[in-house]
Design a protein around this ligand. Structure first.
Ligand code: ZN
Length: 201
């Protein structure tokens, strides 16, 4: 499976990192080795001093597709959850400043955390995502605020990458990203329901 991610899909988050709001979606991938096994703690790697949490709405691809039209995109996703796109912000900033790819800062072991899945509702409706750090809300967003809606993301991504059953799409993080430290407890919510818990070591 592949893990496809969208960067800067919420205006307020693009602005908090001093990034321009993109004209086309910013896309990157994580290898499948980035998946944190269920119930494992997230261990901060020794080579970074600034790992940030990014809570995101995540959808799962249900069948193979390429050059998918937006109006058919909903046929290609069948489940949703929240996920964490852990980011070594110090390394990412260094790579960005040199115009280099972000993979080491975004695709390292354990950097992708998935919550428990549920069926995607038939009707298009906004979904609310929220992240608590040590019991306090630090990030909150709605899919209604996407710069690029899910149908257009699926269409865009499938022009470049054949989507396959079981692939997952992280759809970008709302404002409020910030560092994690050993001992922190993160809990992610989808539409008010707890879907993901991870302890930081
Ligand atoms: Zn992200």
């Amino acid at each position: 499976m592949k893990i496809i991610c969208v960067g800067r899909n919420y205006r307020a988050h693009a602005e908090e990192l001093g990034n321009a709001v993109p004209e086309v979606p910013v896309i990157f991938c994580k290898p499948d080795s980035a998946l944190l096994p269920p119930r494992n703690p997230f261990v901060i790697p020794p080579w970074t001093q600034d790992v940030h949490h990014e809570i995101e709405w995540v959808v799962r691809i249900s069948k193979v597709g390429k050059y998918i039209e937006p109006r058919f995109a909903h046929h290609y996703i069948d489940a949703m959850t929240v996920g964490l796109d852990f980011t070594a912000r110090d390394l990412q900033s260094e790579l960005k400043s040199k115009g280099l790819p972000w993979e080491r800062a975004k695709g390292f072991d354990g950097s992708a955390v998935l919550g428990t899945w549920s069926d995607l509702p038939e009707t298009t409706q906004p979904h609310h995502i929220r992240l608590e750090k040590n019991g306090t809300t630090v990030q909150e967003g709605s899919t209604a605020d996407f710069l690029t809606p899910i149908e257009d993301l699926i269409a865009f991504v499938s022009q470049y990458f054949t989507l396959k059953k079981g692939d997952v799409l992280f759809t970008g993080t709302p404002a409020g990203v910030g560092p994690v430290a050993p001992g922190d407890r993160l809990e992610g919510f989808l539409n008010g329901e707890s879907r993901l818990r991870v302890n930081i070591r």
